[in-house]
Ligand binder design. Structure first.
Ligand code: G4P
Length: 538
């Protein structure tokens, strides 16, 4: 297969959802269809079980299990599909945001009973920021859910994206009869059964045909005709371009656990979803069709065994062909590295690979050379962009409890924050270390890992901040004035950039209106204005 064919037949995407909407179940059904697993239940849930919030060791254990399922590759028809797993737990939201930098599209799962939930909103915010194409799967139709039109309205309003149903449910809950594929004019009838792949599919070219009444009954047939008419009247025909630009989300209905509506979702997905896309660097755009290899690290997973300090860095291949045992250039360190056992992931199995192509993810064993966002190339000095840090929401001062272990603490906190467990800021004078996270859980994780992996003990002292904003200005005078007046709230990130820590959203707004010459950002990557989130729009 030539390089171009390899690209057109590759799909790399993430399934995202609020916890419990059915992400794990849908992933598993995809793998079943792809033949990557044979039985349901083979995919270990990476979700953090309810009630485990105080037991972070359990969570880390579960995360450990999820290493294997971080990336799941499988073949479907003649496509190579890569699913990148995203943790549903909100305390690991930043992990999810970063994983979204490595996908070309997403499938968003929504529970038809609950509709749009908190995590759904946050995840979509990130997708919209990156113009990631989104397909929506409305799940659990076997339950008594909300009216499908209301759900679509809610998605449009709350997630700020246009929708276009491509399938439509016939009844719901105990009355659920099946879905009608508006795109292909096919009727799929529902037969409950967890592991069955439904084959009861009827081609109904004309919704007015009597066959429809025979199949689903007169009442349901009339309702479907009325709904279909309304859909045609209200929604524009599906426009693939708008989907690829991230403005329009095609919507499917089904029930993942019953394997219903899943195959048509997958079939449409491989047809319409984008192939591996180009990525922007600080110098130029890199196209997947280029001959030379390039890639970036979007996730680092630590080994939980303290005797083995190695980690796995997940590299998304952007261009060219990645080869085992070839030297690649680590642009930040200005050093060459060779990888003797790069790993690929098939369902929940790891294996060593000799080569990988754009869209693929390879796991690279690392002894501490990588940090999130690092770039590998065949020699060109470029750095991939679009892997920003987002504003943490909880801030605490890191206090060393054992002066004899200061060095270990320094090293440990640098490495853990390179891995992306938390963000590190420093305040001068005194080099005070401030750790920022999106969830309380990370503080437990950091404290535990510092002690067990680096022998350093620490405590955290709560700080009264809620937002971190990176800031710049072309007006040096205004910048100096702001820094002077807000002295106590100004810290530096690991790259030495100035960051304003705010007590509340209100104090951010105040700063914005009082210092109009200063530009504030909620992500660390703001050189390219359209990639950052201007305050007020978040
Ligand atoms: P998540 O990864 O998004 O967190 O969700 P997950 O797939 O684990 O699904 C959450 C719960 O919803 C699971 O039940 C799962 O069985 C159920 N579920 C998934 N799809 C459907 C569906 O189409 N219909 C119905 N009725 N339920 C569905 P659980 O009780 O939490 O776990 P389990 O004991 O079934 O494993």
């Amino acid at each position: 297969m030539n390089h171009e064919d390899i690209l057109t037949k590759r799909r790399t995407f993430g399934i995202i959802s609020h916890p419990d909407a059915g992400k794990t179940t849908l992933t598993e059904k995809f793998l079943l269809f792809g033949g990557a697993i044979q039985t349901a239940g083979a995919v270990k849930s990476s979700k953090i079980k309810k009630g485990a919030t105080s037991d972070f060791m359990e969570i880390e254990k579960q995360r450990g299990i999820s290493v294997a399922s971080s990336v799941m590759g499988f073949d479907y028809k003649d496509y190579k599909v890569n699913i990148l797993d995203t943790p549903g737990h909100k305390d690991f939201a930043e992990d999810t945001y970063r994983t979204l930098t490595a996908v070309d599209s997403v499938i968003l799962v929504i529970d038809c009973v609950k509709g749009v939930e908190e995590q759904t909103r946050k995840l979509m915010e990130v997708c919209r920021m990156r113009h990631t194409p989104v397909i929506v799967f409305i799940n659990k139709l076997d339950r008594e859910g909300r009216d499908p039109f209301d759900l679509l309205d809610e998605i449009e309003k709350e997630l700020n994206i246009h929708t276009r149903p491509l399938s439509w449910p016939i009844g719901m809950g105990s009355d659920f009869k099946g879905v009608y594929n508006l795109f292909e004019k096919k009727l799929q009838l529902y037969t409950p059964g967890k592991n069955k792949i439904t084959e009861d599919i009827h081609l109904i070219n004309d919704l007015n045909s009597e066959e429809l009444d025979k199949k689903i009954g007169e009442r349901a047939a009339k309702k479907l005709r009325d709904d279909a008419e309304l859909i045609e009247g209200v929604y524009e025909p599906f426009n693939n371009e708008l989907y690829l630009e991230g403005y329009l989300a095609p919507v499917f209905f089904g029930s993942a656990i019953n394997n219903f509506g899943v195959q048509e979702l997958l079939d449409t997905f491989v047809q319409i979803a984008p192939e591996p896309q180009s990525r922007q660097t600080d110098v130029r755009e890199v196209l997947p069709s280029e001959d030379k290899f390039s890639g970036f690290i979007f996730k680092i997973h630590a080994n939980l065994d303290p005797n083995h300090r190695d980690r796995i860095a997940f590299c998304r291949v952007v261009s060219g062909r990645f080869e085992r045992n070839k030297f690649y250039y680590h642009t930040r360190l200005d050093k060459k590295f060779r990888f003797s056992s790069p790993t690929s992931f098939m369902a929940n199995e790891k294996s060593i690979v000799d080569e990988a192509f754009p869209g693929d993810v390879v796991g690279l064993y690392d002894t501490g050379n990588f940090k999130i966002g690092d770039t590998l190339t065949e020699g060109e000095l470029i750095n991939f962009k679009g892997i920003p840090s987002f504003s943490p929401e909880i801030f605490k001062e890191l206090v060393n409890k054992d002066p004899m272990k200061t060095k270990q603490l320094e090293k440990g906190i640098m490495q853990l924050t390179d891995e992306g467990v938390a963000q590190l800021f420093s305040r001068q004078p005194g080099n005070i270390k401030i750790v920022g996270t999106v969830g309380e859980l990370q503080f437990d994780v950091v404290q535990f890992r510092l002690l067990h992996e680096y022998g350093a003990s620490c405590i955290f002292r709560p700080l009264n901040y809620e937002k971190a904003c990176w800031f710049t200005s072309t007006d040096k005078g205004a910048l100096d004035r702001f820094k002077l007046i807000k002295g106590h709230n100004i810290v530096f990130d690991k790259e030495g950039r100035s960051v304003f820590l705010a007590e509340s959203s209100w104090s951010v707004q105040m700063a914005q209106s009082n210092y109009p010459e200063i530009n504030f950002y909620f992500t660390s990557e703001f050189k390219n204005a359209d990639e950052s989130i201007p305050i007020g729009k978040y």
